[in-house]
Design a protein around this ligand. Structure first.
Ligand SMILES: [Zn+2]
Ligand SMILES: [Zn+2]
Length: 256
């Protein structure tokens, strides 16, 4: 009995030491980026509240051919100011990079572009978000369904800027309305909407037929890619807003 116990303990200890070493090695390799490589929605509270992070840096990376309109960026800044609690403010860093060849891009390629071009990471009490305005379309586009943007990690967003320009022209949607709506919509996904981590206080407003979107028609988080919502945006210069249920979900996580 005693011998067995000793042997058992030894293996536990050995296992523990082995695991710690392994973990240490991993954290040494990727320590500076680890906070920005998490799953979508897990940093909602960190982005919205001032509990851990007092300030935010938003890095906007666009290519030479496709800078979003200033009007869209201003509307996006207003949206963030209305929702996040960052007493030390939000800093915006804009960077232009050369056009990237090889589109349409798969999500794996979008992640590789981030690897190559992202320069801002979460440090101390400042949380960083990366937004890439792509000069190429998404590889998942079809003739009838276009991907306008995607929030693919806890602090990573791609906006398919080339697609926005094309959809704006073909659907008669004002470009600044489409750009700002897409930016705000994707940012709300990294805020955890709708029910991305299954922890929203108002779970019943999630649209069952369109996962992780809101079923309130006209809400910013209403499923964006169907023809009805394209019609909603047609000719409009007033941006879709979050409905009260979505706002309360954000407030439950420390948002304004
Ligand atoms: Zn969406
Ligand atoms: Zn909503």
């Amino acid at each position: 009995m005693r011998i067995n116990n000793t042997i058992f303990l030894f293996f536990i200890l050995f296992g523990f030491i082995f695991t710690s070493c392994k973990k240490d090695t991993e954290s040494v390799i990727d320590d500076s980026k680890a906070e920005n490589l998490k799953a979508l929605g897990v940093s909602a509270e960190d982005l919205l509240s001032d509990d851990i992070y007092k300030s935010m840096t938003v890095e906007l990376v666009y290519t030479q051919s496709y800078r979003p309109l200033q009007e869209s960026i201003d509307a996006f800044k207003n949206f963030l100011n209305e929702r996040v609690n960052k007493p030390e403010g939000i800093t915006y860093i804009e960077r232009t990079i050369p056009d990237i060849s090889g589109y349409p891009f798969t999500l794996a390629e979008i992640k590789e572009i981030e690897n190559q071009n992202r320069s801002e990471f979460t440090v101390d009490d400042n949380i960083a978000v990366y937004v890439f305005f792509s000069n190429g379309n998404s590889s998942s586009d079809t003739n009838t369904l276009k991907t306008l943007g995607s929030a693919y990690r806890n602090t990573s967003i791609v906006i398919y800027q080339k697609t926005l320009v094309e959809v704006s022209a073909s659907q008669g949607i004002i470009l600044s309305t489409l750009e700002a709506t897409t930016l705000n919509h994707e940012f709300a996904h990294i805020f955890g909407l709708v029910n991305i981590q299954d922890d929203d206080i108002h779970q019943y407003h999630e649209d069952i037929s369109h996962d992780k979107h809101c079923k309130v028609e006209g809400c910013l988080m209403y499923y964006e890619s169907n023809s009805r919502s394209a019609q909603i945006l047609k000719g409009r210069s007033v941006l879709p807003q979050l409905d009260p249920l979505c706002i309360e979900d954000l407030q439950a996580k420390g948002g304004k």
